[in-house]
Design a protein around this ligand. Structure first.
Ligand code: SF4
Length: 327
């Protein structure tokens, strides 16, 4: 029996290199080894974009096309839409009975996100989305959840919910483990590439736009002239070269320190490496952009499988809670 992985994204538009490094490449690598469920968490997106639902359908397709373009194989991985799996909503309600409100209020991720969005008060859905996330993870009895460090508190809550449920009602749920994923810095040196802060390079970005964005990247501030000795350790471009141009990075480290390469040349080489990596992704994505019906078929088939897996878990949950009144 394969173990199960649950992973996914809120549909908020096209995915970028931060998603690629932080999760997509490991999903592609692990999809044959694990029973992989990939959730497009549209209900979670509604917790902050409830007033703009028109955008959701478009964003959902953008995310799905990026998944397929990077190499997620729908014949082995189950890509599904959260709001179309009613069992997740039902599990959310049952779990919410034994999660104290103060645990949610003091959740560090919730507090940080609320501060970033300038919320004085939080809507009920936003405050409770870690509970909904616990339902996303446990409906398919996931053993592993790839997360960034910033999402770790949510997973801890899922683990607590699973433990609490099992101790109250009997062993039904699986307590998932975190698989901590690397973070990619933004090109301007922020700690995490993000759509809302700094400069994000999208997986579907045209080649000339990739070059334009890379040219704006922050480098070693101590380097004024081309032949000044560089400090690759503090340079964002070097961090990218290590990630996306692995064969060149060791040589670059030496010649940068000796002042034998200029930052302009270095950035051009990074952009070239990125474009070489992104070209097949762009090509595949272009295909799906003109075959949206195929994307819909894949999402519907994945969602159907998620529904049948969720129905099995929900039946076990209801039986354990003794609310399966009529058998
Ligand atoms: S040469 Fe490259 S690694 Fe060295 S400081 Fe310039 S951009 Fe950074």
């Amino acid at each position: 029996m394969k173990k199960t992985i649950l992973t996914g994204d809120r549909p908020t538009g096209k995915l970028h290199l931060g998603h690629y490094v932080g999760s997509l490449q490991s999903r592609v690598a692990l999809q044959h080894e694990y029973d992989t469920f990939i959730i497009i968490a549209d209900v979670q997106a509604l917790t902050t974009n409830w007033d703009n639902p028109d955008q959701l359908a478009g964003d959902l397709h953008e995310v799905a096309m990026d998944y397929l373009a990077v190499g997620i194989d729908p014949s082995v991985a189950t890509i599904f839409v959260q709001s179309m799996v009613p069992q997740i909503a039902e599990l959310t309600i049952f779990y919410s009975m034994f999660v104290p409100v103060n645990v949610l209020r003091h959740n560090p991720t919730i507090k940080t996100e609320a501060a970033q969005k300038g919320y004085n008060d939080m809507n009920y859905g936003f405050l409770g989305y870690p509970v909904s996330q616990a339902a996303d993870i446990t409906f398919c009895k996931a053993h592993l959840v790839p997360v960034g460090k910033d999402q770790a508190p949510h997973l801890e809550l899922t683990r607590q919910i699973a433990r609490r449920f099992n101790s109250l009602y009997g062993e039904v749920l699986v307590e998932p483990d975190a698989m901590i994923q690397p973070l990619l810095k933004d090109l301007d040196g922020n700690t995490k590439m993000s759509k809302s802060i700094g400069i994000a390079i999208y997986l579907s970005e045209p080649a000339d736009e990739v070059l334009r964005k890379v040219k704006t990247a922050v480098t070693d501030p101590a380097r004024i002239r081309k032949d000044d000795p560089g400090h690759p350790k503090v340079c964002t471009v070097f961090a990218y070269q290590k990630e996306f141009n692995k064969s060149f990075a060791p040589e670059l480290e030496k010649i940068c320190k000796k002042g034998e390469i200029g930052c302009v040349e270095c950035k051009k080489r990074l952009a070239a490496a990125l474009n070489e990596m992104l070209e097949p992704i762009r090509e595949k994505r272009t295909y799906y952009e003109s075959h949206l019906d195929e994307v819909d078929d894949i999402l519907q088939a994945g969602t159907q499988r998620a529904i049948s897996v969720g129905a099995q878990t929900l039946a076990e949950v209801k039986e354990a809670m003794k609310i399966d009144y009529f058998g």
